[in-house]
Design a protein around this ligand. Structure first.
Ligand code: PLP
Length: 403
């Protein structure tokens, strides 16, 4: 099966090479196009009932209906499995779709999830507002606290859910410790690695069962494609694939094609994002207009040593959080004063963008819930782009001066 690949051959090809060659597998014959075409159709035709029956039985022989599988999706899934070192991968129409089908793969009514309390607001809403309607409950804890996880355990707990780097507070999860704890407690470990990507950190090598991505973000990287990925254990990915087909959260061909196109530059982009974010974080930390700065590459970050271990190339991604020293009343004038940096309720574009988590990603939390996880009203989230860093600093400086 195309969605059940051999374990990734990263030993044979290094990550940047693997990324650059993304998408090359989906054509057959004596010659092939260098860039994979977009298969902008929903279905294939067959010459005989026997051929249709054969392809449905042996998916590696072709494609039939695109809610189930399509060439551009297969190319994206294969590339992601290789980059993550996963047994298999399946894509979805969005990051939330990927999280939903991954959870659907292993949960049923009556089951229970333990999730980190600092997870992305959309995931928070899925776990605490949508899944309870289907009889699935979630307890939110600080997953850095071993005892808190053990205390939340119920006989019905199935999944331990966390993020490599939390959105937007930039807490780094101890992947080997959490994978180990989940195994000891008989739970599946699921990690959302949207903020890191395999160019920064590869969670499966630390023993996590499933890695999830909103490929809408860094993997796409240009704010032009929606998508999500579930990668890891073949049995879970297979079940997630079936759930995705029946729930209809399939990724369309063009979005999958764009995601593959972008994978080719992922390592380069992540290196540039990370380099620039380090420069901006160090600069913000010294600036009198700025309070707390949250970036794993800063020695002042509480999990800096852990980040160095999990992100061994010294790249910590392009996301950072910072607070305005003047408090929430300075937010609006500051955002209006920016000339180049755009206010965007998303992240991970090649251009630098800014977001206010309290009114965007964490809107579904009450002010008390936000305060409890450190998402204060004066917190801004900067998605540092790949521009010349001097231009990013210049724009920030002129905006600070106007406060
Ligand atoms: C960490 C994280 N996970 C998942 C998602 C959801 O992705 P999507 O918007 O593609 O559904 C987001 C979106 O911002 C995110 O930041």
């Amino acid at each position: 099966m195309l969605d059940e690949l051999e374990p990734a051959a990263l030993e044979a090809r290094r990550l940047a090479t693997e990324a650059a060659h993304a998408g090359e597998i989906a054509e057959r014959g004596l010659s092939h196009s260098v860039a994979q075409p977009i298969y902008q159709t929903t279905v294939h035709s067959f010459k005989s009932l026997e051929d249709l029956d054969r392809v449905q039985t042996n998916p590696e022989e072709g494609w039939f209906y695109y809610r189930n599988a399509s060439p551009n999706r297969t190319a994206f899934e294969t590339a992601m499995a290789r980059l993550e070192g996963a047994e298999a991968a399946v894509s979805a129409g969005s990051g939330m779709g990927a999280i939903f089908i991954a959870l659907s793969a292993v949960l049923k009514s009556g089951d229970h999830i333990i999730a980190d309390e600092k997870i992305y607001g959309g995931t928070f809403a899925l776990l605490t507002q949508q899944l309870p309607r289907f009889g699935i409950e979630t307890t939110l804890v600080d997953t850095a606290d071993d005892l808190a996880v053990r205390t939340a355990l119920r006989p019905t707990t199935r999944v331990l859910f966390f993020e490599t780097i939390t959105n937007p507070t930039m807490q780094v999860s101890n992947l080997p410790a959490l994978a180990d704890l989940a195994r000891k407690l008989g739970l599946y470990s699921f990690v959302d690695a949207t903020f890191s990507t395999p160019a920064v950190c590869r969670p499966l090598q630390w023993g996590v069962d499933i890695v999830l991505h909103a490929s809408t973000k860094y993997i796409g990287g240009h704010s032009d494609a929606l998508g999500g990925i579930v990668a890891g254990r073949a049995d879970i990915v297979r079940a997630a694939n079936m759930a995705g087909r029946m729930m209809g959260v399939t990724q369309g061909p063009f979005d999958a094609w764009l995601n593959v196109r972008s994978l080719k530059t992922l390592p380069l982009r992540m290196a540039a994002h990370s380099r620039n974010a380090q420069i901006v974080a160090e600069w913000l930390e010294k600036h009198p207009a700025v309070g707390q700065v949250m970036y794993p590459g800063l020695p002042s970050h509480p999990q800096h040593e852990l980040a160095k271990k999990l992100m061994p190339d010294g790249l910590y991604g392009g996301m950072l959080g910072f607070e305005l020293a003047a408090g929430p009343q300075a937010l609006s004038p500051f955002v209006k004063a920016l000339k180049e940096i755009q206010l965007v309720p998303s992240l991970a574009d090649v251009i630098t963008t800014l977001s206010h988590p309290a009114i965007t990603s964490h809107r579904s939390l009450t002010p008390e819930q936000r305060a409890g996880i450190g998402v204060r009203d004066e917190l801004l989230r900067l998605s540092v782009g790949i521009e010349d860093p001097a231009d990013i600093l210049e724009d920030l400086e002129q905006a600070f001066r106007q406060l």
